[in-house]
Design a protein. Structure first.
Lengths: 196, 196
DNA sequence: CGATTCTTTGAAAACAGTCAATCTGTGTGG
DNA sequence: CCACACAGATTGACTGTTTTCAAAGAATCG
């Protein structure tokens, strides 16, 4: 719909590292454009994940079922974010996660073999990925802190502050499952905040 | 007390990558042995962290204060684990965390400049670090899932399963602060489990 | 439209937190 | 070596928050 997916990706990269045309020529052909309709799965629990995904447009969610069969959202990936399951990839194990599309989504997919080829051929790309992973770890720890130390209301307010671009983009019940509260509680909190 | 700290570290590395004597000769001199007494701080909120720490013996905890001044433990680092705050290091920002010693602890410290020198000189070391960070990210996401989807009792049982080596090593109130429950609740859960 | 899914609301129950007191264990100084 | 002090752990009673269950309203999609 909007611009070319690969142009989005190229911009993402060049916003982070300097990239010659030759390097882009190595990177570009290995990625395939994939489109998902809303509600369509990219990955389902038990499958093995062998790729890397980059969202160019739309929104994916990665979620997991707890022992009572309740969905808990681990991550939302909107445009210019990564998606997939590096744990399944690294360990060669079946994934614990489900990934589906919250909106119609366009992403780029690459097989891990090609991804590693690129990492070897373009060191700056490799370094960029390392930094991204480190940043994701930092964010994860921030989220752990929020999850173990905030009340339901604080969790919601914190989410509004840190992800204003997601608040009105994902359905509330998914947001609740991301925060670790029930949809009913989220609804009541929102009402309470609105009344102030 | 036990073996030489640097020997512990060398074994940690050689358990993960193959390492020549020459490479070890590059790595070894940059690390300084540091001993901490129980309760002593390695890092306090507001300071900048410029190093990497590797625990050879003992136990450190990294914790954070929430807006009510309550401590919440983000991480325990026992021997053969890393300690520090890569977020402060990467971003150059004052740290949000406190790190102190749960037991008398021996660790190795290295300045980030030297660490980067080693990463450049010994590619396998660099790759090892990348894998470790990725694994920590995977564990973080596991913990997020536990934090947002488990009851207090499930959190405790999950901790016993995943960290049996820590259960009887860290004080209960710190364990509670790690799980995101109060010491009283943890105490009651333990009693309840014991009665079954 | 009609069906389905999502959101909100209400009432009751379960769960975890708070506050205060007691108990336990450990380490220190006399 | 004992007694004391102190921190940590447990227990009880109570409070408050969040969940659960059920139903009614919205919104969305074919």
């Amino acid at each position: 719909m909007l611009s070319d997916p690969k142009a989005v990706f190229r911009k993402y990269i060049t916003d982070r590292i300097s990239l010659s045309d030759q390097e882009w020529a190595i990177i570009e052909p290995a990625w395939a454009v994939k489109k998902l309709r809303k509600h369509q799965y990219l990955l389902q629990e038990g499958e093995k994940w062998l790729h890397h995904g980059f969202v160019c447009e739309g929104c994916l969610r990665r979620y997991r079922l707890n022992n009572r069969g309740i969905e808990h959202t681990i991550q939302f990936s909107i445009e210019n974010n990564w998606a997939g399951d590096r744990e399944s990839l690294m360990e060669g194990t079946p994934t614990k996660y489900n990934i589906d599309a919250v909106e119609d989504t366009t992403l780029l997919l690459i097989h891990n073999n090609d991804f590693e080829m690129i990492s070897r051929s373009v060191p700056a790309f490799h370094e960029m990925i390392n930094i991204i992973i480190q940043q994701r770890l930092n964010l994860s720890q921030e989220r752990i802190h929020a999850a173990i130390s905030f009340t339901a209301e604080e969790k919601y307010r914190h989410f509004i502050e840190t992800s204003p671009n997601l608040v009105n983009r994902v359905p509330r019940h998914m947001l609740a499952s991301y925060l670790g509260i029930t949809p009913e509680t989220l609804s009541r909190i929102r009402k309470q905040i609105a009344e102030k």
